[in-house]
Write a protein that binds this ligand. Sequence first.
Ligand code: PMV
Length: 349
Amino acid sequence: MALYQATVSAPVNIACIKYWGKRDTKLILPTNSSLSVTLDQDHLRSTTTSRADPSFDKDRLWLNGKEESIEAGGRLATCISELKRLRAVVEAQNPTAPKLSTYSVHIASRNNFPTAAGLASSASGFAALVASLAALYELPANPSQLSVIARQGSGSACRSLFGGFVAWEMGSAPDGSDSLAVEVAPREHWPDIHALICVVSDDKKGTSSTSGMQRTVETSPLLQHRIAQVVPARMDSIKDAILRRDFPTFARITMQDSNQFHAVALDTEPPIFYLNDVSRAIIAIITEYNRAAGAIKAAYTYDAGPNAVIYAPKENIKEIVELLLRYFPQAQPFPDPFALHVDNQGSIP
Ligand code: PMV
């Protein structure tokens, strides 16, 4: 009997221009466009296997070996049913194609980075899930088309369908058909940029991105300024900097946008604090590193949590690690030299 199964892995991405705010919470349409770098470390990926079989009685999903429920009408169910709908189109066009759209699926997903890395796994997780079902169903869809579906699982997941430098264009169509990810430049365009991940805390974040965004959209006047006045120009400038491989401009915009995202979190009622004292210490260390050099040699950025990601040309990474180790002598390389586990045992400058 034929085995209908596909396995695909997808990487983590970290935004330089942050997505924060939904204009449509069901379709996950953002209030602003965003831009990220897909990390190419081999150990920062989600790998997902999907299998369709007529003997399965319902769709089921296992995450790192533990079964998760698929709620009717929820994000997982939406992604699965969208992909089955596209499979049904393939079957209608090709009457000999097996009727996989009518079978239930079993999906098993694993992150190869420790949960303790404190990295959000929803982006790589939903990207791998969508890509594995698309492979199983042999859909004639390109990554941008699949990103429209991954977006409905977790907004930032749409960007993990590409490597390199990726924009999520917010779009304007009410059905979300033009809110999708596009490649700005492939990784090979600028291989010199590296990401150093500083794990500050592996605690689960206090305010989820979903509830945090909703509160910010409802209460923050600064968000309205950000989405109307700031992000559109920043998107243009950072794309241009990437295409010209202009690190100082790329880095300055990345730091400004991280700072504004956390300012918007603070402008929310009640306020949301994602950074802690160690995060702020790392901001001070990188700021001083750049000031002392008289040039921008590194950029920090923080998502909805205290962990830092530092973007820098490869030649500066060793120096930056040594600098951080001076302040945080107990920091452990975790799980390779491009990730440091910085606990709060160190000295905060
Ligand atoms: O896709 P979500 O719901 O996990 O939201 C991600 C939000 C940020 O990580 C803070 C920013 C971004 O663009 O990835």
